[in-house]
Each structure stands twice: as structure tokens, then as C-alpha cells.
Design a binder for this molecule. Structure first.
Ligand code: ATP
Ligand code: MG
Length: 203
């Protein structure tokens, strides 16, 4: 059993998250990918006007509908407080039913792993890191960083070649070409609930 973990604030979820997860799943033969929304992200503040926890989960569920290889997992929300990946990995290991764990992440997260994250060495012991580029031209930086982390922590890092999808939730909150960046069901939910409509300059 091989389980992928796609963590994020998903504020909102978008095709960048979905395609990264899908490509890693295909490339590494994962049985399942868990999409795990953070409760409180330790690295950043949720901007004013963000979707709430329930809304973020609903949007993830909508995005994953019909994709039997992917599922929402609320372990971080259920745990409450600041969401540390190391705690999530420990809990998933302890649960005993997920097999080998593959933590999926974009370039930005790999770059800060050894100085922004809690217990990076333990993270590297508990899982394989599956990394995709977020922008064109990041391959060299990624390779260098991966090599450094392999030497520092004996990390198992796979750089997965995946078409670059230059989308961020920040752009969507700021109102940029929303419709091309998200599944229609998520777009509709944002419209119906008037999410991200006010004070765009706050984002
Ligand atoms: P925000 O702009 O609010 O930071 P985001 O788009 O960066 O949102 P996050 O929830 O912060 O999304 O990211 C969750 C994970 O998904 C991170 O590992 C991040 O690197 C990865 N990710 C986000 N967008 C993409 C993308 N377009 N391509 C590949 N990976 C991505
Ligand atoms: Mg981000």
C-alpha cells in the first residue's frame, strides 16, 4: 500500500493541487492520495476574508468528486491547533493502514523544509518526499535542494516530472481568471457563497 499526502490550506483548492497529486500518483504508483486541509497553518496567516474550515473541506470534496483515487482527510482539523506535518505523518503511520507514505509538495515547500518546518529530519524518516515544480525553470534549484536534503537527512526525495501549472490560491483570491483555474463545481461554490469577494487588496 502506497499513500500520497497532499497537504495545504486549500483556500481555495485548484487544478495545480489536483494535477500535482494526479501526476505523482501515476509516476509513483500510489494507491490513494489523501487531501489534508490544514487547521491553522504554522507558516502563514490565513488572510482576512478566507474561506472557513468547513468551506475549505467542502471545496476539496467537490474537487475530488468522482476521483476514486483521492479523498478528503480531516485529521489536522480534527486535531485542532497549529497543523504540523510531522504530527500528521506520525498519526498516519500509527494508524497502520496507509502503508508507505509519500508527501507531495511543490517547490516552495521543499525549499523551506529544513528551516521552516518542525522536525524535518523526522519528516524525512517517516515518508518519501514527492516534489513537483510550480514554475518553469525550477528544475536546477530543485535538484540542488534535493541533493542537500539527501545528504543532511538521508531523505528519500523523488522529483516528479509533471507539466507545470502556474496557479496559486492567492491569485484566485485576488480574482484572477478564476474559471480556468478550478473545477466548475468549486467555482460555483465560490460564487454561490460569495467567497473572496470583498477587500481584494487584503490578499
Ligand atoms: P496560497 O497562494 O494561499 O499559498 P497555494 O496555491 O500555494 O495557496 P497551498 O495550499 O499553499 O496552495 O499549497 C499546498 C501544497 O500544494 C504545497 O505543497 C504547494 O507547493 C502545492 N501547490 C500549490 N499550488 C501548486 C501548483 N500550481 N503546482 C504544484 N504544486 C502546487
Ligand atoms: Mg502556498
Amino acid at each position: 500500500m502506497r499513500t500520497g499526502i497532499m497537504g495545504g490550506t486549500f483556500n481555495p483548492p485548484h487544478y495545480g493541487h489536483l494535477y500535482a497529486a494526479e501526476h505523482v500518483r501515476d509516476a509513483l504508483g500510489l494507491d490513494k492520495v489523501l487531501f489534508i486541509p490544514t487547521n491553522l497553518p504554522p507558516h502563514k496567516k490565513m488572510p482576512a476574508g478566507s474561506a472557513n474550515t468547513e468551506q475549505r473541506c467542502e471545496m476539496v470534496q467537490r474537487m475530488l468528486k468522482g476521483r476514486s483515487w483521492a479523498e478528503l482527510n480531516t485529521i489536522e482539523i480534527d486535531r485542532g491547533g497549529a497543523s504540523y506535518t510531522v504530527d500528521t505523518l506520525r498519526a498516519l503511520k500509527k494508524a497502520g493502514k496507509y502503508g508507505d507514505l509519500f508527501l507531495i509538495m511543490g517547490t516552495d515547500m521543499l525549499m523551506m523544509l529544513d528551516y521552516g518546518w518542525r522536525d524535518p529530519e523526522e519528516i524525512c524518516r517517516l515518508c518519501t518526499l514527492a516534489v513537483v515544480a510550480r514554475e518553469l525553470g525550477q528544475q536546477k534549484d530543485l535538484q540542488q535542494k534535493a541533493q542537500q536534503l539527501r545528504e543532511k537527512y538521508q531523505a528519500d526525495i523523488r522529483l516528479v516530472d509533471c507539466p507545470v501549472v502556474e496557479i496559486s490560491s492567492t491569485q484566485i483570491r485576488q480574482g484572477e481568471s478564476l474559471i480556468e483555474m478550478l473545477p466548475p463545481s468549486v467555482y460555483q461554490y465560490i460564487e454561490q457563497n460569495r467567497l473572496y469577494t470583498h477587500e481584494k487588496e487584503n490578499f
